[in-house]
Design a protein around this ligand. Sequence first.
Ligand SMILES: CC(=O)[C@@H](O)[C@H](O)COP(=O)(O)O
Ligand SMILES: NCC(=O)COP(=O)(O)O
Length: 245
Amino acid sequence: MSRILLGVNIDHIATLRQVRGTHYPDPVHAAAVAEHAGADGITIHLREDRRHIIDRDVYLLAKTLKTRMNFECAVTEEMLNIACDIKPTYVCLVPEKREELTTEGGLDVAGQMDKIRAAVTRLAAAGIKVSLFIDADKTQIDAAVAVGAPYIEIHTGCYADAETEAEEAAELDRIARMAKYAHEQGLTVNAGHGLHYHNVKPIAAIPELYELNIGHAIVARAAIDGLDKAVRDMKQLMLEGRRGE
Ligand SMILES: CC(=O)[C@@H](O)[C@H](O)COP(=O)(O)O
Ligand SMILES: NCC(=O)COP(=O)(O)O
């Protein structure tokens, strides 16, 4: 049985911080905890609107991570400049829409080959391993090979959002077939988006997948699992305050 790796996406630790403009919770701290718990890598998405991860996080994490950074970003001059400056182990190029709630689909590599090839070439020249976040689609896989990307990440959002068992099974089958196809083309194949504790096992069973990137569900689980201690700690501090301690 081959190994499958977990990249923990900590974007939504930063979301909690940004919605209140506080200094906590700190994604740098969260990354250290995730690494201690066995994360094989840390994924962050520096969105152009800085809605969660901010530049300060990226630069600090580049210094503090013990594993490796998977830096997700849009294909813009600003983001490519930051990537080449910090030189993470991986850069995953993703599509971005300003108003979207979350990433809605894969990058259209086939529709902008020259632009993506130039970005891949530039990042590779800086010593970065480049991944393309794409749908489980043969045309996009062929395009990823053609532009010289060594990695892809298959967008699992359609599988995660499936409303019926039949739809979910069809999406799983498509992801499994395309992971095999991409692997046969020489690509290292990752997957992610929308994976959670009830849908991850069938995806993890696909033998060609090298790593899964999972964030929202892990952060959500942490909030519930940590709530008991968090309430107890607050009550204890209140008691100490009342006693004048
Ligand atoms: C590309 C991807 O799937 C992740 O970066 C995800 O998008 C992070 O969460 P948000 O979409 O909420 O920024
Ligand atoms: N690229 C997918 C990712 O990093 C995590 O996505 P999600 O688990 O937060 O939906």
